[in-house]
Design a protein around this ligand. Structure first.
Ligand SMILES: [Fe+2]
Ligand SMILES: [Fe+2]
Length: 253
């Protein structure tokens, strides 16, 4: 089972409403820069897109929400374009300064895309960008970024901050079904984690590749903390062998 061939194209058309060519060219320059620096990122963004798509379908999210999630998965790590070659080589442990850059990559990606499409900005794209901005933010509010945009924020972005904050507040159970950002974030977060832990392209180098059963157990242990319980239960219901088959069928491990 894999994403239909024209899915990304259609999703992009819906998101950009007639400006698809201009915006996709701009965004793809970011992706190309990232993939040139780190070929694993190309593989990773495809894997995360497919896992997100698969999980989102299981959750019966509306077609439009699934499109946003898959597009967010495709671009979620564009903030890594500022990483140095040394940081991509995974040969030496990262320094404190390098870790600071790593923790900032969701905000860097958000800002890079925001500045490219600022003149075309609308609430739909805000939701999409929020998925990118918070893809390392945990269900319980920890992770990073811990707060909304800080040093690079602009008045224009700030106007939207309260809406994003509301959607992410641990005391608010999402923003209605239609806007359940926290559930969508957990789909992306888990898809990201599964790809990072199973990929042979990077994990073998790090000697950290994990079995699917280890990964699923780890996800289960973080239910309600790192991940949304509903998404964790979907991952569990699918079971180890289905996940293994899905990853293998798509040549993602
Ligand atoms: Fe990331
Ligand atoms: Fe990632």
């Amino acid at each position: 089972m894999s994403i239909p061939e024209d899915f990304i194209e259609k999703a992009f058309k819906n998101l950009t409403k007639g400006k698809a060519i201009r915006i996709s060219r701009l965004l793809d320059t970011l992706l190309t820069r990232l993939y040139d620096k780190d070929p694993y990122s190309n593989h990773h963004s495809q894997a995360v897109s497919k896992y997100s798509w698969f999980l989102a379908k299981r959750h019966k999210l509306k077609a439009h929400r699934i499109q946003l999630l898959v597009l967010a998965s495709r671009y979620h790590d564009v903030g890594k374009t500022v990483f140095t070659d040394e940081m991509f080589s995974y040969e030496e442990p990262l320094t404190d300064d390098q870790w600071a850059i790593v923790r900032k990559h969701p905000e860097t990606g958000f800002s890079e895309i925001f500045y490219l499409i600022e003149s075309e900005f609308n609430s739909e794209r805000l939701l999409w960008l929020s998925l990118i901005l918070f893809h390392h933010r945990d269900y319980d509010g920890t992770g990073y970024p811990t707060s909304l945009l800080t040093d690079e924020s602009k008045d224009y972005i700030n106007r939207y901050n309260s809406r994003i904050q509301e959607a992410l507040s641990p005391n608010v159970d999402g923003v209605q079904d239609e806007n359940d950002l926290r559930l969508q974030l957990s789909v992306l977060h888990i898809a990201d984690a599964i790809s990072a832990a199973t990929s042979s392209m990077r994990s073998n180098k790090l000697k950290k590749r994990k079995s699917m059963s280890w990964i699923i157990q780890d996800i289960e242990g973080k239910s309600g903390k790192k991940y949304h319980p509903e998404v964790v239960s979907t991952v569990n219901q699918m079971g180890v062998s289905l996940w293994e088959r899905f990853a293998r069928d798509n040549a993602l491990i």
